[in-house]
Design a protein around this ligand. Structure first.
Ligand SMILES: NC(=O)c1ccc[n+]([C@@H]2O[C@H](COP(=O)([O-])OP(=O)(O)OC[C@H]3O[C@@H](n4cnc5c(N)ncnc54)[C@H](O)[C@@H]3O)[C@@H](O)[C@H]2O)c1
Ligand SMILES: [Fe+2]
Length: 389
């Protein structure tokens, strides 16, 4: 089997590394960034931490802080207009995406749309977007999505109510600066959800039909870091070692799934985000135990390894026992992280059920379920939605 890997040219990881932003720009010969972020991060002072570094280096920068959660095509268009206006005067030569997956993915979409004509939906996966726009420098603040290292970009289509993947070289950052110190301001819920997103990336990359030895190493390293630290980080936001471990795990899980792909949980999670605006990590968490229980019999050794590496099962357990412990461990994690059902947060079962066939169709069209050890039919996906609702 041939493994194919795409990743940023520069990766710097560690507490305080955002202070090297100007140095990285200089190494790349860049000097005029447009900073893409959201207003919450402006209020929290995270944007100023980076722009102060730029100011001190005498680098002029522009700002687009209009990113919304689960970024939409319209939000991308607004950012693109800001970029184009600046480009007329030669203002920008690169884009800094600062924030969670939403600002980082918006930065990617703005970059590739600056050189590829049409609407963002014209490029949805499996198309490969290889014509690169302005260089992208990514600085994650949630430590969940791993988007800083991935070749993926996720945008919501407001006309078709669909959340889709975009992929290709144009969605790979030129540089990533991964600084866990941003994450200590994450509240309990966002800490829990983003950590489960990373855990889902690691598990799905490991069981994916596209997994290979290189991606396995990242996935197997990420899982125990998340399992051992997520509760501690939720309980004590200023727990530096736990925050650092989760940020590293998010990056490793990102590297794993970027190149091995995600599977059924993500396939089913995106339609929940598009139709019900449930946070990405939370919709993954709602699905993870049920989808794992549905899938384990097709890859018992792989799922068993997940339980063993997280210390949820022992080396002497059979694969069958380890798989059962994995499902139980994921259920316990959801209980500890207070993951609600969709109904509990106001999405009535009777109303939602009418959308499940469309959501199943959208999930299958994304290609992710086809990487799952057990490939579901549309009817089985509908049944799984019914189970978690
Ligand atoms: N491109 C990829 O490879 C990839 C992978 C997984 C998910 N995604 C996508 O990423 C998006 C979700 O990203 P996300 O989960 O990182 O959340 P997000 O970027 O949507 O942010 C969620 C909230 O957290 C806040 N926030 C961010 N950093 C914070 C901090 N340090 N302290 C306090 N608050 C903070 C934001 O302001 C926002 O209100 C979804 O659209 C998802 O589909 C992309
Ligand atoms: Fe994800």
């Amino acid at each position: 089997m041939i493994g194919r890997v795409q990743s940023p040219r520069i990766i710097r990881i560690g507490g305080g590394v955002h202070a090297e932003t100007a140095e990285v720009l200089s190494q790349l010969g860049l000097s005029r960034p447009l900073v893409v972020t959201d207003t919450n991060l402006v209020k929290l002072g995270h944007v100023a931490k980076v722009t102060d570094v730029l100011d001190r280096a005498g680098i002029e920068w522009g700002l687009f802080d209009g990113v919304v959660e689960d970024p939409t095509d319209t939000c991308v268009d607004e950012g693109l207009a800001v970029l184009r206006k600046g480009l007329e005067g030669g203002a920008y030569d690169c884009i800094i995406g600062l924030g969670g997956g939403s600002p980082m993915d918006t930065a990617k979409a703005i970059s590739f749309l600056s050189v590829n004509p049409g609407h963002v939906r014209d490029y949805k996966a499996p198309a490969q977007i290889d014509a690169c726009g302005l260089p992208i420098i990514l600085i994650p603040t949630t430590g969940g999505t791993g988007s800083e290292l991935t070749r993926w970009c996720v945008i919501t289509d407001t006309v078709r109510t669909e959340k889709y993947n975009l992929s290709g070289l144009a969605c790979v950052a030129t540089a990533a600066l991964i600084d866990w110190t941003f994450t200590i301001t994450k509240p309990w819920r966002i800490t829990a959800d983003t950590a489960v997103d990373s855990l889902t990336h690691a598990i799905e990359a490991y069981v994916s039909r596209k997994a290979f030895a290189y991606t396995d190493a990242f996935a197997l390293s990420a899982m125990p870091l998340i399992a051992a630290n997520v509760r501690a980080a939720c309980e004590d936001p200023e727990n530096g070692p736990a925050r650092e471990a989760l940020m590293l795990a998010a990056a490793q899980a990102g590297m794993a799934f970027s190149n091995a792909s995600v599977a059924l949980v993500h396939g089913m999670s995106r339609p929940i985000g598009a139709h019900f605006h449930v946070a990405h990590g939370l919709s993954n968490a709602m699905l993870l135990p049920a989808v794992t229980a549905f899938s384990v019999a097709e890859a018992p050794k792989r799922y068993g390894d997940c339980a063993r590496v997280m210390n949820w099962a022992s080396e002497s357990d059979s694969d069958e026992t380890a798989c059962a412990k994995l499902v139980e461990g994921l259920r316990q994690l959801n209980s500890d992280l207070q993951v609600p059902s969709p109904t509990a947060i106001g999405h009535e079962r009777a109303k939602a059920a009418g959308l499940w066939p469309l959501m199943a169709e959208q999930a299958l069209a994304s290609g992710s379920p086809q990487n799952n050890p057990r490939i579901p039919t549309a009817e089985e996906i509908v049944a799984l939605y019914g189970e978690i609702w």
